[in-house]
Write a protein that binds this ligand. Structure first.
Ligand code: 5AD
Ligand code: FES
Length: 347
């Protein structure tokens, strides 16, 4: 197994059975070994910098019904909200003053955000903050929509693939959603010149080592600029309420493997990771991640963007969240970078 890690660190690829074996049979020592290699590779490219993205959760209204998600449309108990364009600009302006140079607009698939509405918001944000990157994380849209948003100035798009296995995809989603459209969206985004992020939950119901091997293999071929992974955490008002949460150790090990597959990838230590362990985000950085995403949403709506239970940071002002993360990163010997944090190409 150690030779597999060595080969992955050198050649950045393995085959499916090799990935499955790593995921199935790893132990703490192997994970520590992988983390050491992952951190070394990352340091060679990004030094001790951790990039920040200001996350603005613009809507908890969603037409989809993903079985794992607390804001699925069938959850009548979910509290719904939608930020107005002015509220979004105010969050970004505040974030700018706090040093953020990337804004991530994330939300459910809310029909209010038509192409015209969203493109206008993107244009406004780029006009107010020309030195900032705008990242969208607004789910599946049409090719024309992605093109219009790109033309309006959006730089990056996050759309987790959720699982690279079509049968597993069907078990996590209602029949009206499809694996092939998910993958099609990612291909379209790439072809339009976005920096693209994919990703998945660790420990989602019915996931197996073989499925995680497919996820890693997909990342190896697709070569996303960004990759968001975090543990699955059950939400009490979803069909998966009684399913166990994903494992901290496995999430950390996968972060290391993804860094070894793609040394320059922008890899967040996610809020979900910080939710299952008080030092989850620090541990994520020490396993190979290099991005943190403090929350810039108005405190009044934070609790309502509840994809899973017990989400952290829901009571903290943006400034508190930012300084908290800065303190946390400095505590483990890293600095919070305030540039746009674009992906660095390998020579
Ligand atoms: N636990 C962890 N992550 C979740 N997401 C949605 N629901 C949950 C959950 N219960 C993730 C999905 C989605 C992203 C925005 O949040 O992967 O793509
Ligand atoms: Fe949000 Fe610590 S990062 S309060």
């Amino acid at each position: 197994m150690y030779t597999l890690i060595d080969r992955l660190a050198r050649e950045h690829r393995l085959d499916l059975p090799e990935y499955a074996r790593l995921v199935r049979d790893y132990d703490k020592d192997l994970a520590a070994y992988a983390a050491e290699k992952a951190v070394a590779l990352r340091k060679a490219i990004y030094g001790n910098e951790v990039f920040t993205r200001g996350l603005i959760e613009i809507s908890s209204i969603c037409k989809n019904n993903c079985l794992y998600c607390g804001i699925r449309c069938e959850n009548r108990k979910a509290e719904r909200y939608r930020l107005t364009p002015d509220e979004i600009y105010a969050c970004a302006d505040e974030g700018y003053l706090l040093g953020f140079r990337t804004f991530v607009l994330q939300g459910g698939e809310d029909p209010y955000f038509t192409d015209d509405v969203l493109a206008d918001i993107v244009r406004q944000l780029k006009a107010r903050h020309p030195d900032c990157a705008v990242t969208l994380s607004m789910g599946e849209r049409s090719e024309e929509s992605y093109a219009a948003l790109r033309a309006a100035g959006a730089d990056r798009y996050l759309l987790r693939h959720e699982t690279a296995d079509p049968y597993h995809y069907e078990r996590l989603h209602p029949p009206e959603m499809s694996f092939s459209n998910r993958m099609h969206c990612l291909t379209v985004l790439r072809s339009l010149g976005y920096q693209v992020g994919c990703g998945f939950m660790v420990g989602s119901p019915y996931q197996t080592p073989e499925i995680l091997a497919e996820d890693l293999s997909f990342i190896q071929t697709f070569r996303p600029e960004m990759c968001g992974i975090g543990p699955f955490i059950p939400h009490h008002d979803t069909p998966f309420a009684r399913m166990p949460a994903g494992s901290l150790d496995l999430t950390l090990f996968l972060l290391s493997l993804i860094r070894l597959i793609s040394p320059n990838v922008l890899l967040p230590a996610t809020t979900a990771l910080g939710t299952i362990h008080p030092e989850g985000r620090e541990l994520g950085i020490l396993a190979g991640a290099n991005v943190v995403m403090p929350n810039l949403s108005p405190v009044s709506v934070r609790k309502k963007y509840a994809l899973y239970d017990n989400k952290i940071c829901t009571g903290d002002e943006s400034a508190q969240c930012r300084s908290c993360l800065q303190r946390r990163m400095e505590g483990i010997g890293y600095t919070l970078s305030i540039d746009r944090g674009d992906v660095r190409r390998l020579s």
